[in-house]
Design a protein around this ligand. Structure first.
Ligand SMILES: C[S@@+](CC[C@H](N)C(=O)[O-])C[C@H]1O[C@@H](n2cnc3c(N)ncnc32)[C@H](O)[C@@H]1O
Length: 282
């Protein structure tokens, strides 16, 4: 993945953005986030998934710098503005093999743009949760859903665990209030911005887990793959799509397919990434 450049030379537009930094939760902040995404990303299509539109950017660093000016503080990289090889492969796979997700409850972990989640919904999944730590990813997932005519659920019935994964932590599945958030009438597309990793290992209630390109960080990758294996052991069908990241699992999976995915020059050091689709074992 690309590295961030050094000093920033902010110009007038970006200063204006910084002045408009959202200070509070709710609709106003949401509208500002929507405007920010629309200013910095344009509707486009990922190479492997021409069926779906996404708000996409061309370069990481200028957008990352703009994000930090807008938020007036350190921010994670804007992963949400790109269709990484992982989600392209997952999306292609479920669109080509819809039986895998039809009528199923699906979690897209580390969803970024939400491409895999949207593909699962388009392929006939009954309930889909797009989950990412970054609230801006949640914003762009909503915008991307709308671009493709897909609705996002806002019903309080799900009580999505925004921001407080601690309240969900339950290795035994006994926290029934929260463990049930993907069951019952929770059909449709849900956007959850929280760290679910490690929570609800026995009671998440998903049939299929999609995880695209989540093995790039030395500390996070083992944490994520351990949790994915717990979900697999609890009965979920777990697919991990990995474009050769350093911390990807080396065993405990079945290799389902390999794709050559074109990449943006700004994102990777190669014009394409060989991306493996792994069925992770528990
Ligand atoms: C390289 S991006 C991949 C995004 C998307 N899956 C794709 O392939 O296009 C990795 C994403 O994982 C998210 N992420 C990292 N750790 C996470 C965690 N513990 N829970 C949820 N999302 C996480 C990041 O915020 C980022 O959006």
């Amino acid at each position: 993945m690309t590295q961030r450049r050094g000093a920033d030379d902010a110009h007038g537009t970006e200063m204006a953005e910084a002045a408009a930094t959202p200070a509070a939760d709710g609709e106003e902040a949401d509208a500002e986030a929507v405007a920010f995404v629309r200013r910095h990303a344009q509707p486009g299509r990922a190479a492997l998934v021409p069926e779906l539109q996404l708000y996409l950017a061309e370069a990481v660093v200028p957008l990352w710098e703009a994000t930090e000016r807008w938020a007036a503080g350190p921010q994670p990289p804007p992963f949400w503005a790109f269709a990484w090889p992982g989600s392209q492969v997952l999306a292609r796979w479920v669109l080509d093999q819809p039986a895998l997700v039809q009528h199923q409850r699906v979690l897209d972990l580390g969803a970024g743009s939400g491409l895999a989640a949207l593909a699962a919904l388009r392929a006939g999944a009954r309930a889909v949760v797009a989950n990412d730590l970054d609230p801006l990813a949640g914003t762009v997932q909503r915008l991307n859903a709308a671009l493709n005519g897909l609705a996002v659920c806002r019903s309080p019935a799900l009580r999505p665990p925004t921001g407080d994964a601690g309240s969900l932590t339950d290795d035994t599945g006994s926290a029934t209030d929260d463990a049930g958030w993907l069951t019952g009438d929770a059909d449709g597309l849900w956007i959850v911005c929280a760290d679910l990793v490690g929570t609800m290992r026995a009671g998440l209630g998903v049939d299929v887990v999609l995880a695209g390109d989540v093995c790039y960080d030395r500390q996070q990758a083992p944490r994520i793959t351990t949790w994915l294996r717990h979900l697999a052991a609890a009965g979920a069908y777990v697919l991990l799509a990995d474009p050769g990241r350093t911390y990807a699992p080396r065993d405990g999976f079945e290799l389902l397919a390999t794709f050559e995915v074109p990449t943006l020059p700004d994102l990777e050091s190669a014009p394409s990434r060989t991306t493996r689709l792994l069925h992770l074992h528990g």
